[in-house]
Design a binder for this molecule. Structure first.
Ligand SMILES: Nc1ncnc2c1ncn2[C@@H]1O[C@H](COP(=O)(O)OP(=O)(O)OP(=O)(O)O)[C@@H](O)[C@H]1O
Ligand SMILES: [Mg+2]
Length: 395
């Protein structure tokens, strides 16, 4: 698990060290740096997956011996499958202070610190690596070293990253074997979710906090339908291959109150169900060691649905995954608080950050949750709008 993310001269952050937990909530004003935090993690993973951070494990040994090691063709890959950040000019913090501009990112996983510093080049989208501060491989039997070099576990752990801008209801979805089945990746817009569900439909959700008690079975498709039923009672989902085409189809059925007997296309059942499907699947398939990054999981959900989705995300964290989510929803925050009060997560497993960009940089405060789900502070502007408006209405 990533315990801390450190950012230097990166986008809105001149210097920040952000503690992260099993379930981290990033809240705050628009344009205050929340997505940039998720993007920093994705940037590291993207660079590693492209082979651009596969720094040999001889590097720390060489550093210890005072030697210089060439790290040519290594660095931060700014544009790729997970994020498209532009060029160095876009990413370097505008008000950097050093004579020579450098961008650095670091993560701490337990006792291990991993840091990378890259050179600034305004026009390139691969920023060359200048230095890597990695654990020494000879530190002990559990030292994090592998055939591909010294790297944090989140580089190779099961990973999902869902952007705020996700798939909308459509006739067909792509049938990409490599992403959905080979790598189990839902896509940053959730575009591979339907194909993934088609393939994994009969895989069980393990016993524990993710299993929905009223699902028809413990199989993924029924479990996903049961969680979707929290938004729209009685819904069921189906994912089918389309004969002779590289596409898959999603359909919904409704029992009970809506009285429908025919299956419905996504475009005829509203927006919220399809929009949240990747979130539900990402959480349900998160396993111990997985990393799940979610931007605005609440989008297009009614308030109660938002609280229930937060319970599902809390379940993923309780199951052992690390979930980091950006949210503007007090219902999501309250869903997490309830999960703590109900004993599904320990207070120490929840990390809450409230970002306040003041035009000159980013500042954040971190209210703490107690065992009753209460917060130790309510900074001004932190989900206080309901109270502010009510005061004006009744004042
Ligand atoms: N190179 C840079 N130097 C300084 N600030 C930057 C740089 N690049 C982006 N920013 C600032 O970072 C902020 C963008 O933050 P981010 O995209 O993380 O927003 P957010 O908090 O996720 O917003 P939202 O709630 O709307 O999703 C903006 O204020 C932008 O001006
Ligand atoms: Mg954002």
């Amino acid at each position: 698990m990533i315990d801390r993310l450190t950012l230097h001269n990166y986008k809105a952050f001149r210097d920040a060290a952000l503690p992260l937990g099993p379930l981290t909530l990033l809240t705050g004003l628009n344009s205050s740096g929340k997505s940039s935090v998720l993007q920093a993690i994705a940037l590291l993973r993207q660079s590693y997956e492209a082979g651009d951070l596969a720094v040999s494990d001889c590097l720390p040994e060489a550093r210890r011996a005072g030697m210089t090691v060439s790290v040519a063709n290594q660095g931060f890959l700014l544009n790729g499958e997970l994020v498209g950040l532009g060029t160095g000019e876009d990413v370097l913090h505008e008000d950097f202070t050093e004579d020579e501009a450098r961008i650095a990112l670091a993560v701490d996983e337990g006792p291990y610190h991993y840091g990378w510093t890259v050179e600034y080049d305004p026009e390139q989208n691969l920023l060359p690596l200048l230095d890597a501060d990695l654990p020494l491989t000879s530190e002990g039997p559990d030292a994090p070293t592998g055939s591909e070099g010294v790297s944090p576990s989140f580089f190779t752990a099961p990973f999902q990253y869902l952007h705020a801008d996700r798939i909308s209801p459509a006739e067909f979805y792509p049938r990409d074997h490599h992403a959905a089945i080979g790598r189990g990746f839902l896509g940053v817009r959730g575009e591979h979710t339907v194909n993934f569900l088609r393939d994994q439909a009969r895989n069980p959700v393990p016993e524990g906090p993710l299993r929905h008690p009223r699902a028809a079975s413990d199989l993924l498709l029924d479990q996903a339908a049961a969680w979707m039923g929290e938004l729209c009672p009685g819904v069921d989902i189906q994912a089918d291959a389309i004969e002779g085409a590289d596409a898959v189809r999603l359909s919904y059925g409704f029992q009970g109150t809506l009285g429908a007997t025919r299956r419905r296309r996504p475009s005829n059942v509203g927006f919220g169900l399809t929009y949240v499907l990747p979130i539900v699947v990402a959480c349900l398939t998160a396993r111990p060691g997985s990393l799940v990054l979610l931007e605005n999981p609440e989008a297009h959900l009614h308030p109660q649905g938002q609280t229930r989705m937060a319970a599902l995300a809390a379940g993923a964290a309780a199951q052992g995954a690390q979930v980091i989510m950006e949210t503007h929803s007090d219902h999501v925050i309250n869903g997490v608080r309830l999960a703590v009060k109900r004993g599904r997560l320990a207070p120490s497993q929840v990390v809450l950050h409230y970002f306040r960009g003041d035009g000159t940089g980013v500042d954040f405060v971190s209210p703490q949750v107690d065992t009753d789900g209460m917060l130790d502070q309510w900074p001004e502007g932190f989900f206080d709008e309901l109270e502010n408006t009510l005061d004006q209405l009744i004042g």
